[in-house]
Ligand binder design. Structure first.
Ligand code: R5P
Length: 319
């Protein structure tokens, strides 16, 4: 086994980092982040990390690019402080939606982020529910993806599912939503959603599957502007869905998401805590429930440190 395990956290999501450390029964490593008046960032590791197996938790949250830069500087500081191995733990992967060259002369920025993490000194990556699983292939180092499915399945299993159907917001989400539907023992319907440009506006036309008089549970990887959910809820109601519930992993909640979601006919909205959600947003959003992913990350970190399987964690969906 590799050296002593240590867990450090950047400033993006202190609550999640401290919950992960609590589950692991260990304190977070000591460090100091200084932001200078010229906006430069300095990170000082304030304890010995020589030959340690170090995990660094930093999610993608506003300010996204500053938090990414802070993570890179933190990893670099750990590398030059002689850590034996550094694993970057990214509950929400930065720039995950920039994962393909769908226009001329643009950057595949998720791949650039992968390059930057490796250049800084990360030797492993742990993340959750990528926008596209192919992002794992951007790395030349081992990268593990957790799915929040077990956490969300457990939540919805505690309700009456006798007349329910899981709905994917588009064909691309069909595979992950199918995994969720399997965990709940429910059928799957798919919305035909198309996005024509980069305006973040999507349009839906059709529905594959049966939702009439049923309780629909929309399942998606993230809610950013809320446009996809608004459109999905509208189309589900027009096809006769009785109730509309929503489960998504990442609560990006950008732009006018709060207003849009509050103006959408949704009976329940369930997100996880991979991204911090401010108290103001929590209060403003009706019917919101936030589920913790801390125990999953703590379990995965312990498994990586001990050389045990991560995929086994995804096999234990409740029957
Ligand atoms: C789309 O491909 C994704 O699965 C999500 O539906 C999308 O990222 C959500 O974005 P928004 O809330 O802005 O519609």
């Amino acid at each position: 086994m590799i050296g002593e395990m240590k867990v450090f956290a950047g400033s993006s999501h202190p609550e999640l980092a401290s919950q992960i450390a609590t589950y692991m029964g260990m304190p977070l490593g000591k460090l100091k982040v200084t932001r200078f008046s010229n906006e430069n960032i300095k990170v000082k590791i304030e304890e010995n990390v020589r030959e340690a197996d170090v995990f660094v938790i930093q999610t993608s949250a506003v300010p996204v690019s500053d938090n990414l830069m802070e993570l890179l500087i933190l990893i670099d500081a750990l590398k030059y402080a002689s850590a034996a191995r550094i694993t970057a733990v990214l509950p929400y992967f930065p720039y995950a939606r920039s994962d393909k060259k769908d226009e001329a002369r643009i950057s595949i920025t998720a791949r650039l982020v992968a390059d930057l993490l490796q250049t800084a000194g990360a030797e492993r990556v742990l993340t959750m529910t990528l926008h596209a699983p192919q992002i794992l292939g951007f790395f030349r180092i081992p990268a593990d993806q957790l799915l929040a499915t077990p956490v969300l399945v457990r939540h919805f299993k505690n309700s009456d599912l006798s007349n329910s159907v899981v709905v994917a917001t588009d064909a691309g989400a069909g595979k992950v939503a199918g995994h969720f539907a399997k965990g709940l023992g429910l059928p799957l319907a798919i919305i035909d959603k198309r996005r024509f440009d980069d305006t973040e506006q999507a349009s839906s036309w059709a529905l594959i599957g049966e939702v009439h008089n049923k309780d629909a549970i929309i399942f998606d990887d993230e809610i950013a502007t809320g446009g996809s959910i608004q459109e999905a809820a509208r189309i589900l109601r027009s096809f006769g869905a009785k109730r509309v519930r929503v489960g998504a992993t990442h609560g990006v909640l950008s732009g006018s998401a709060i207003e849009r979601l509050n103006n959408t006919d949704i009976d329940e909205l369930v997100l996880t805590d991979t991204i911090p959600i401010s108290q103001a947003k929590m209060t403003a959003l009706r019917n919101l429930k936030v589920l913790s992913t801390a125990s999953m990350f703590s379990d995965a970190i312990l498994r990586i440190h001990g050389g045990r399987s991560i995929s086994q964690m995804m096999e234990c969906l409740p029957a």
